[in-house]
Design a protein around this ligand. Structure first.
Ligand SMILES: *Cc1c(COP(=O)(O)O)cnc(C)c1O
Length: 469
């Protein structure tokens, strides 16, 4: 009988010791970091679930591939290996390497977006939207409403709402929409997938209006796995097949190899149109490097190429998504309020529901993340009002519907017993939630991307009731 949560399909050849801290040490570290988990030193963190970006463990195959990296400036053998891997598994003809995903977004946005144009997408991503706006475009969220409801169990919460997309096309005109930006999975919704049926409908509608479809492929393999698991008609296809089918429905892709591809750095832009490819090659040399290395060392190109072929292997992708599900199931059974269904790369705790007594202006998610770190040395990421920033016109805090902490699982780095520790700690902090009777106030608030550099003090401290003591 298959186990519900299979063990890891790898064994450990090299270990990286972790520092286990005392509660007193964590108290000190938290104070020094201004109660902002982004400002903690990684040496003070026991299990680091801040992000799955570039935090992957590489395989012995990837490490040995790095030793044969060709560091030639032009025409490196390692570039052709990457090109062959992307063509084989993603199916795009023209590949332009970049230092990471945002490098590809920069090229794509500069080439396609003109001031005053509009880019619809299934929920924004931070760097993607920033590049679209930098080039004078306006982003429009056309994801289905279910994506904004943490309790809705829709199996494909990353789907595009076709009526919203159609309305936008009617409103601004197809000529003013350079492309539809489709993410698979949707990071900001907690790693929720888009279905093949929906992607097909998006492609058909876009094609009908002569609009291109560009894929954010950072976690497209995870998305392909969900299609195989959940969408009728795809269960017997390989994940590699499904990935190819997804890409076939798009005109190009921007990739962060720091996600699906088990690399620590890297990315690429891929397009089918030779003219777009020519423009991208002309630009990449200005912003990244020559079009055969694009900001990556030869060894990085090799690591990404090897990582791509590993990422679509059934046992690897199954273990990846199931490890996230394992943590999600432990927390669901303990009645922790989570975004459901569990996504492909992260478990998101609804901090507003977990700490209803902490007012939104005292940042429940930031508070919960600090409390979790204090309890066990586990670092989550804040995805709530602190990340959302202030409204540019009113200067007021934005309070997004989702006030979350995100437990993001690096690939192949932690074992199931690490996940047990994380679950125990989240459950413990939730059990003692009344201790967190107040939240956090800003002590220092930077103007942009405040979540990285902000400092806080416990609200109402001085009244002798510091919940972090
Ligand atoms: C990480 C990420 C990016 C940006 O990639 P970087 O490699 O971090 O520059 C773009 N889109 C999504 C969905 C991502 O998760």
């Amino acid at each position: 009988m298959p186990r519900q949560h299979p063990a890891e399909p790898w064994r450990i050849k090299m270990v990286e010791p972790l520092r286990v801290t005392t509660r007193h040490e964590r108290q000190q570290a938290l104070k020094e970091a201004g109660y902002n988990i982004s400002l903690l030193r990684s040496d003070d963190v026991y299990i680091d679930l801040y992000t799955d970006s570039g935090t992957n463990a590489m395989s012995d195959r990837q490490w040995s591939a790095m030793m044969v990296g060709d560091e030639a400036y032009a025409g490196a053998r390692s570039f052709y290996r990457l090109e062959a891997a992307v063509r084989k598994y993603y199916g795009y003809e023209h590949i332009i390497p970049t230092h990471q995903g945002r490098g590809a977004e920069n090229l794509l946005s500069r080439i396609l977006i003109r001031p005053g144009t509009h880019i619809p997408g299934n929920m924004y991503f931070t760097t993607t939207r920033a590049h679209q706006e930098l080039n004078g475009g306006t982003f429009h969220d056309v994801i289905i409403d279910e994506a904004h409801d943490p309790l809705d169990e829709h199996p494909f919460k990353g789907n595009v709402d076709l009526a919203k997309l159609e309305r936008l096309i009617a409103e601004v005109g197809a000529a003013n929409i350079p492309y539809v930006s489709v993410a698979a999975t949707v990071n900001m919704a907690g790693g929720q997938p888009i279905s093949m049926a929906n992607l097909t409908e998006v492609r058909d509608l876009a094609q009908h209006h002569g609009i291109a479809v560009m894929l954010d492929a950072a976690r497209a393999v995870e998305n392909a796995y969900f299609i195989k698991q959940r969408e009728p008609g795809w269960a017997t296809h390989s994940v590699a097949d499904i990935l190819r089918e997804m890409c076939e429905r798009t005109d190009g892709a921007a990739m962060s190899s720091k996600k699906d591809s088990y690399a620590n750095i890297g990315g690429w832009l891929a397009v089918r149109d030779p003219q777009l490819a020519e423009q991208a090659r002309n630009l990449v040399v200005l912003y990244e490097g020559l079009h055969t290395y694009g900001g990556m060392a030869g060894r990085d190109l090799e690591a990404v190429a090897a990582g791509i072929s590993e990422s679509v292997q059934e046992e690897n992708i199954a273990a990846r998504v199931n490890q996230v599900a394992y943590l999600g199931d432990l927390l669901t059974e303990a009645d922790i309020p989570l975004v459901q269904p569990i996504g492909g790369h992260a478990v998101c705790v609804d901090a507003a529901a977990a700490l209803p007594h902490v007012p939104r202006e005292q940042f429940p998610a930031q508070t919960l993340a600090a409390a979790l770190y204090l309890d066990s040395g586990v670092r989550a990421a804040e995805r709530g009002a602190v990340s959302a920033g202030r409204d540019h016109s009113t200067g007021q805090n934005r309070y997004p519907r989702l006030e979350l902490i995100r437990l993001t699982i690096p690939r192949r780095v932690y074992t199931q017993s690490h996940m047990d520790v994380v679950a125990e700690s989240v459950i413990q902090v939730h059990k003692e939630r009344d201790r967190l009777h107040t939240g956090l106030d800003f002590a220092h608030e930077p103007e942009t991307l405040r979540f990285f550099q902000a400092r806080f003090t416990p609200s109402g401290s001085g009244a002798g009731s510091d919940p972090f003591e």
